[in-house]
Design a binder for this molecule. Structure first.
Ligand code: 9WO
Length: 260
């Protein structure tokens, strides 16, 4: 996957090239990042990349012309020819609080694309007409504001990288990740066997793989019911899952003296 990034601060992305799974994925050429800086396309002597919003107010917007030129250069830069000779245009993606809320299903879809351009906003963002003319998709990582789109773009890139075939070792398959099932992860334990007055659940020490699978599934369902009931609404639980969740709820209510 080829990712073009439009950013005033390309050095921020060095973190991805220098550390962890993302750096390994780049060494293996599973993914490539190329940055396009609007400042390189600023034409005045001061290389201005910000501009005042019409209507006034305290902040600034990204200056339109250098931004649009950088977006178009990035699109041309990551455009590539597919097997059948057709040109594959990159979708231009903008990350902002106004975007569609992104979830793991969306990330799986995005991660399959051959290329994309990520536009990183700064200041108060970009002119609405630039969104209309240049941006194909606007995504949000959540209802909060950060200082610029770079950290959001890096978060999306990281999420996509770990889904590229070969990016993770077999020992930590992304298939097992939280959310791949639409459920939260079950609690996890490591040594020591007793910590803060609490023992590791004995089933995890039993070596009985089927009992462990059932226990983990039940805990996943229970955690999701307790912490993120909104996620459960989206799922069609199978018979086993319904039964395990019913058991979890009954045991939870019994512990908390709820019910008859
Ligand atoms: C800055 C600002 C300053 C004064 C008054 C209002 C203001 N709004 C903003 C603002 O929203 N700036 C954004 C910063 C412009 C686009 C890039 N930035 C950004 C992206 N912040 N938060 C995100 C983001 C992206 C994806 N998911 C969650 C948040």
């Amino acid at each position: 996957m080829r990712i073009g990034i439009v950013t005033l601060f390309p050095e921020i992305f060095n973190v991805l090239t220098e550390y962890g799974i993302s750096s390994k994925a780049m060494q293996k050429s599973l993914i490539s990042l190329e940055c396009w800086n609007p400042r390189s396309y600023a034409v005045d002597a001061r290389r201005t990349v910000d501009d005042k919003p019409f209507g006034g107010g305290p902040g600034m917007l990204m200056k339109t012309e250098p931004l649009v030129t950088a977006i178009q250069a990035a699109k041309a830069g990551v455009r590539q020819e597919s097997q059948d000779g057709a040109m594959q245009e990159a979708k231009v993606v903008y990350l902002s609080p106004q975007g569609k809320p992104l979830n793991q299903i969306d990330v799986v879809e995005l991660s399959k694309r051959p290329n994309m351009v990520l536009v990183c906003g700064r200041y108060q963002g970009i002119d609405t007409r630039v969104i209309d003319s240049e941006i194909d998709e606007e995504w949000s990582l959540g209802d909060f504001v950060i200082s610029g789109g770079e950290l959001a773009a890096m978060t999306l890139i990281d999420a996509m990288i770990r889904l590229q075939p070969g990016a993770l070792g077999n020992e930590n398959s992304s298939q097992e990740d939280s959310f791949m099932t639409g459920l939260l992860h079950s609690p996890e334990y490591t040594r020591p066997q007793e910590f803060a007055g609490k023992k590791v659940p004995s089933v995890l020490l039993s070596g009985d793989h089927e009992a462990i699978r059932v226990w983990r599934l039940k805990q996943s369902l229970g955690s999701t019911w307790l912490k993120r009931p909104d996620l459960l609404e989206l799922l069609n639980l199978d018979g086993e899952q319904k039964e395990l969740l019913k058991q979890f709820i009954n045991e939870y209510d019994a512990r908390n003296q709820i019910g008859p």
